[in-house]
Design a protein around this ligand. Structure first.
Ligand code: C2E
Ligand code: CA
Ligand code: CA
Length: 404
């Protein structure tokens, strides 16, 4: 095949040969499609039968800066596709791949504003995927634009995680809400115990940084189950579907497939989130009480209010979110009371530590621990009952993958 030149790309653009394909993203918690990644395809030549994948021309586009013109076209195409996507399901989140060039001169903000002006896609329905490699070399300009777009409601995904060298700086400074665990790791998750451990540790790290995870490149049922078991929230891969032209994607969503859900991973992460929260609270309490760590000045009224709010921790957000699916289960509703009380006591402990008031603290700490055990027991019972009912409903079998 002849080498692709910049001239070819410009011609292709003039001839409107670029199209968007959509690859579904599925929630491990609900088993439903929650969004899609838009991926560019080039229908090359006048016959339009030869489809060229982005791996063959995006590197050239990136090298030459032509990628920003392509991104502009991608946003135009998305603007045209978006009404149909939103009509199919207004909750779909559509992810677009962007490169550092797109952040120069506020280009990406302009594309976004045009989408919004035409009322085709709300910023909150859009996710922008930035590779780990790009993120590690992010300029101040790129970071500033990311911050501005986050204010606007746009979500950012850290793509290809595990292939670059994310630093503390990247993970803590840039406003990512999602980490996409790279295919190279996901592909090994079922055969390599170390890959499994890295995936598991990545999910824990993501939760600590208030992010969720997507497992990319899930090609087999085994990989799907292993990623679910690890507690990953969303998945994408050939086992669910290859990227599809718009019409096929819409048809695929309309089928309303439900992929198997596996609560073991999610509940494990919920337990770990709770244990971590308790650990941090006890650490803060002792730090203030012993006068060695955070001082009372750092404990604002805002912080104690947040501690007392059992909806604000990760477990609480999960209870208010995807876990609502279990609202009819006694094992789920039983969580509410100990969880609320646990947070109230947590806040009281911190208030007392700040005032150097040690009265009742021993009893409060004891009750705090007891409530934590009650919460963990509720989560165990919930896991048990969900497993039993899903086994009964499926007759011991999971749903199959959709072939597309
Ligand atoms: P990416 O962003 O990591 O996108 C995921 C790639 O993995 C896609 O390849 C997708 O088709 C493929 N994939 C998804 N699931 C599986 C699976 O289970 N197994 C295997 N083997 N592959 C899977 P695609 O569409 O060829 O895109 C390749 C790369 O090109 C993308 O990697 C992204 O870096 C770039 N790209 C694609 N579309 C765009 C675009 O619109 N703009 C920009 N700037 N880059 C794009
Ligand atoms: Ca991507
Ligand atoms: Ca990727």
């Amino acid at each position: 095949m002849k080498e692709i030149t910049l001239h070819d790309l410009k011609d292709a653009l003039d001839r409107n040969e670029f199209q968007l394909y959509y690859q579904p993203k599925v929630s491990f918690q609900t088993g439903a499609i929650v969004g899609a990644e838009a991926l560019i395809r080039w229908y090359e030549g006048h016959s339009g039968n030869n489809i060229i994948n982005p791996g063959e021309f995006i590197p050239l586009a990136e090298r030459t800066g032509f990628v920003s013109i392509l991104t502009e076209r991608i946003f135009d195409l998305l603007g045209k596709d978006a009404p149909l996507l939103m009509a199919q399901d207004p909750n779909l989140k559509i992810a677009v791949n962007v490169s550092p060039h797109d952040f120069k001169k506020n280009r990406i903000v302009n594309y976004m504003e045009q989408l919004e002006a035409k009322k085709t896609l709300a910023p909150t329905s859009l996710q922008l995927e930035i590779t780990e490699e790009t993120a590690t070399t992010a300029s101040d300009e790129l970071v500033a634009v990311m911050m501005a777009l986050t204010e606007y409601g746009v979500l950012f995904s850290l793509d290809d995680f595990g292939t670059g060298y994310s630093s503390l700086d990247v993970l803590s400074r840039l406003p990512f809400s999602e980490i996409k665990i790279d295919q190279s790791l996901v592909r090994q998750v079922s055969s390599n115990p170390k890959a499994k451990s890295i995936v598991s540790a990545t999910i824990r790290m993501a939760h600590r940084l208030n992010m969720h995870t997507v497992g990319e490149g899930v090609e087999t049922e085994t990989a799907f189950r292993d990623m679910a078991f690890a507690g990953c929230e969303i998945t994408q891969g050939y086992w669910i579907s290859r990227p599809l032209p718009l019409a096929d994607f819409l048809e695929f969503v309309a089928l309303g497939h439900r992929w198997p859900t596996n609560v073991a991973g999610v509940l494990f992460q919920a337990q770990m989130d709770h244990i971590q929260w308790r650990h941090d609270l006890v650490d803060l309490y002792h730090g203030i009480a012993d006068g060695v760590a955070a001082g009372s000045a750092e404990v604002t009224a805002d912080l104690t209010r947040k501690i007392s709010d059992h909806h604000a921790c990760r477990l609480g957000m999960w209870c208010d979110g995807n876990a609502r699916a279990y609202a009819s289960l006694r094992e789920f509703t039983a969580l509410e009371a100990p969880h609320r009380r646990f947070h109230e006591i947590g806040a009281r402990l911190i208030e007392k530590a700040v005032r150097h008031d040690t009265g009742e603290c021993k009893d409060l700490l004891h009750e705090f621990s007891q409530l934590s055990t009650d919460i963990l027991n509720c989560l165990h019972s919930l896991e048990d009952v969900i497993h039993r009912s899903s086994r009964a409903a499926a007759g011991g079998k999971g749903a199959g993958a959709a072939s597309a």
